[in-house]
Design a protein around this ligand. Structure first.
Ligand code: TAP
Length: 475
């Protein structure tokens, strides 16, 4: 255990208010109820700000504002909407350092990731969909695709601003207006985005941000004025939402959990594969829906790969997320830490062997060391359930067919990785893996032009690319 001295870079460039209201109709407004919640820095447990808790009446006000703004926004020529989206993208670039620090403070992810991965992708998403706004008639959905109306969007805490961009950019490009609810533990970058909407002179009501807990999300999803629901989060909540919307006119897309296999064949370059496996599961502390949380390694190279992997894990630095040298940041919340601990204990209890490098853990905050489990059976909970933390379950296989069978032996189907030098084997695997994304000789690579989404219980609908427009158009 140790106390770290906070990195010198840091808080000075962000301006966090002590308390935030709701962003409705282009204004900051107070919620009708008294209740508020605190958002904390998971690396220090320090309270960052108090945030409004939107109840049904507040959600109703936000949906009303979005409905009122819809005729203006949807009636605007696409080229005009594009100008706003380009402006938002440029402001995000200009403010990216500040937004990266804010994200890291509220979420716990290493600054190197928020600065070099999240923020560039957020801006890229707005640029990409700005480019579509005046070309919707050429997107292959018929000559005159129409926006749906008010989109109710609910997002999780693992990539707060990036998930916002995935939701808001295509919705606005297509002419919809939006009410978005960020996760309870990471509202600050969504609230900063509200300011960016004002800075970009976005017409009032086109984007509304309501903060709160699950009940706020539930009120938004249930609101009769919402025409389209877009949800990213757990499979459990997604299932509940799908049930609640059955028989209504609302269009629904779901981006849910995952239990991806990262599959290493004996001919793969070991060092490159080790980097890919580390990036696959330890990026963002494993708080990644498409994390490579199951390593499937060919038996003939398993011992060598594990040895190299353990050596590499010994070099990872866990600690202050604002330090540019940090590899593993904080776990986002006490609840998430408890879940990771519970599943890791279940792994040991079911007979798998647990290993972590010697890794000092700070005294305060929520932390979990990078962890490997070997001797994992497919029936173990750590091989079946999404841990959403820095925990890798290692299994072995002998033949490509066995690799496919094991990789597909999960209710999820979001992503997979294949490491081999043989192009024919890559393609053979990719055509058999039941996963929305299959990476080859890389992992966790994202591009706004590429559709992303799940098979099976990982959800339906696609975000990103031309396919991502379809979720927001009547085609
Ligand atoms: P959830 O607990 O499902 O929460 C997601 C969002 O839904 C939060 O904003 C949450 O609010 C809200 N919510 C909770 N109950 C709700 C209800 N009954 N009705 C409407 N909204 C409700 O997930 P999480 O723990 O934040 O995120 C982790 C999960 O998201 C993982 O399973 C991960 O795989 C998945 N995920 C998937 C993807 C893609 S692209 N497939 C991307 C990122 C994450 P509160 O935060 O206030 O509870």
């Amino acid at each position: 255990m140790f106390e770290y001295a906070p990195a010198p870079e840091s808080r000075d460039i962000v301006d966090i208010r002590p308390s935030y209201g709701l962003f409705i109709n282009g204004e900051w407004v107070e919620p009708q109820g008294e209740e508020r919640h605190k958002t904390v820095n998971p690396a220090t447990e320090e309270v960052l700000a108090e945030v409004a808790w939107a109840g049904e009446a507040d959600v109703d006000r936000a949906v009303g504002a979005a409905a009122k703004a819809f005729p203006l926004w949807s009636g605007m020529p696409g080229a005009e909407r594009a100008k706003y989206l380009f402006r938002i993208a440029r402001i995000i670039q200009e403010r990216s350092r500040e937004l990266a620090v804010l994200e890291t403070l509220d979420n716990g992810k290493p600054i190197r990731e928020s600065r070099d991965v999240d923020l560039p992708l957020v801006a890229a998403h707005f640029f990409y969909y700005a480019g579509w706004a005046d070309k919707l008639s050429y997107a292959g959905f018929g000559p005159d695709p129409r926006p749906l109306g008010v989109a109710g969007q609910v997002i999780p805490w693992n990539f707060p601003l990036l998930m916002l961009a995935w939701k808001i950019a295509p919705a606005l490009a297509c002419g919809n207006t939006v009410v978005l609810k960020p996760a309870e533990t990471t509202p600050l970058t969504a609230l900063a985005f509200a300011e960016i909407c004002r800075q970009a002179d976005l017409p009032p009501g086109v984007v509304n941000i309501v903060t709160g807990a699950g009940e706020t999300g539930a009120a938004l999803v249930a609101h009769p004025g919402v025409d389209k629901v877009a949800f990213t989060g757990s499979t459990e909540v997604g299932r509940h939402i799908a049930r609640s919307l059955a028989g209504t006119r609302k269009k629904l897309t779901l981006e849910l959990g995952g239990k991806a296999a990262n599959i290493v064949f004996e001919d793969a370059p070991i060092d490159q594969a080790v980097e890919g496996v580390v990036n696959g599961i330890f990026f963002n502390q494993g708080h990644v829906c498409c994390a490579g949380s199951r390593l499937l390694v060919q038996e003939s190279v398993a011992a060598d790969l594990l040895e190299a992997l353990k050596r590499r894990l010994g070099t990872l630095r866990l600690g202050d997320p604002l330090d540019k040298n940090t590899d593993i940041g904080a776990i986002n919340s006490a609840e998430q830490l408890a879940k990771i601990r519970e599943l890791s204990e279940a792994g040991e209890a079911e007979g798998a062997e647990r290993w972590s490098p010697a890794c000092p853990i700070p005294d305060r905050g929520y932390w979990f060391p990078p962890t490997l489990f070997t001797g994992v059976a497919q029936s173990h909970r750590i091989a079946r359930e999404e841990i959403f933390g820095p925990v890798l379950s290692v299994l072995t296989f002998r033949t490509p067919a066995e690799a496919v069978e094991k990789a597909n032996n999960t209710p999820y189907g979001l992503s997979a990785g294949v490491w081999t030098e043989k192009g024919s084997l890559m393609l053979w695997m990719a055509s058999r893996l039941r996963a929305g994304v299959v990476w080859s000789n890389t992992f966790n690579r994202f591009d706004p032009a590429s559709p992303f989404g799940g098979f099976k219980e990982s959800g339906y609908g696609r975000e990103g690319g031309r396919h991502g427009l379809e979720a927001y158009l009547a085609v």
